[in-house]
Design a protein around this ligand. Sequence first.
Ligand SMILES: *Cc1c(COP(=O)(O)O)cnc(C)c1O
Length: 387
Amino acid sequence: MPGFNAEKDPDIFVMKTYENSYILLTPGPLSTSPTVREAMLRDWCTWDDDYNLGIVTPIREILVNIATKSADEYTTVLMQGSGTFSVEATLGSVIPQNGKVLVLVNGAYGKRMAKIASYLNISHAVLDSGETSWPDIEAVRKALANDPAITHVAMVHNETTTGMLNPVDVIGAEVKKSGKIFIVDAMSSFGGIPMDLADLGIDFLISSANKCIQGVPGFGFVIARRDKLARCQGQARSLSLDLYDQWNTMETGKGKWRFTSPTHTVRAFHQALQELKEEGGVRARNARYAQNHKILVKGMERLGFETLLPAEMQSPIITAFYSPTSPEYRFADFYAKLKTNGFVIYPGKVSVADTFRIGTIGHVFPNDFERLIEVMEHVHAKTCLCI
Ligand SMILES: *Cc1c(COP(=O)(O)O)cnc(C)c1O
């Protein structure tokens, strides 16, 4: 664009060039702020101090401080790839050859951890409580007592399949009592739900750039108990996903990544962390998400929709609704109509029922959900999706 100056003309820049034609109610990627997207518009050298000391190091420090009051005991590793790469890096690097992991499953992401263990030939046991139930604490206790080979326990915090918020506190206490290492996939909750890793007994927590911190996709991160990670040298089952080596390089190289880092994404993430702080931190963000969720559920219930989960299991992150039962209903049509009106939703992912999902995280606000309900009412009446 000749003669175009983003700094002089920010409105034209955002409105004409980069405005989204719809918002993403899909966690994630999710809707990001124009300023987060704008932060990507310059290039960075992957090994220069401007990048490593100016961007990467502060990110690592901020993440630990968001994660716990006991920041001295924890450290952060950033890892290229989507969130799953960081889950795989963690399972593949922290469980030794003679270790065994107990995986608690109640949805697709718990299942994925078990699948990663299979791929990597990691000895594992699975406790599946079904997609609409919390893990059975008695069964966990029994498994830990009866199988001394188990060294690690892994579970998902917010199971994005359904929006179920799992009781990591109760399970964490049990895992600590038995002296095992606790790995939590908090991909879709970290930054959006207040938690303290030390209080919860979490040794390794995994999340990614494009969820509640509201960055763009491209990397994940692991917040680890420093002493536990320090013991993982030489255990990795993959070179590029060696969590220990990545950490060691970042520590000794002061923010250096082993291989090409997603520089623009990392810069955007740094901006997203500033914006989390400006919003008032995790508590304030959680309050906004809770408000989004409340408006969504109240409005949808008024229109006759029903949530898959009871309120006490439900997170404010994503909500699964039963699909309309009318014979005219097709998810693809429903999706397309909402998209035309500026909203992109998620298909269902559970096997027990026909559902669709609506996310309430990202750069989205209560008035967006009020608008969504108005549109939904219209779409609902027009297509006779009477349920
Ligand atoms: C998003 C998500 C992941 C990672 O998914 P990617 O597509 O690899 O980013 C893992 N676990 C949970 C619970 C998630 O919500």
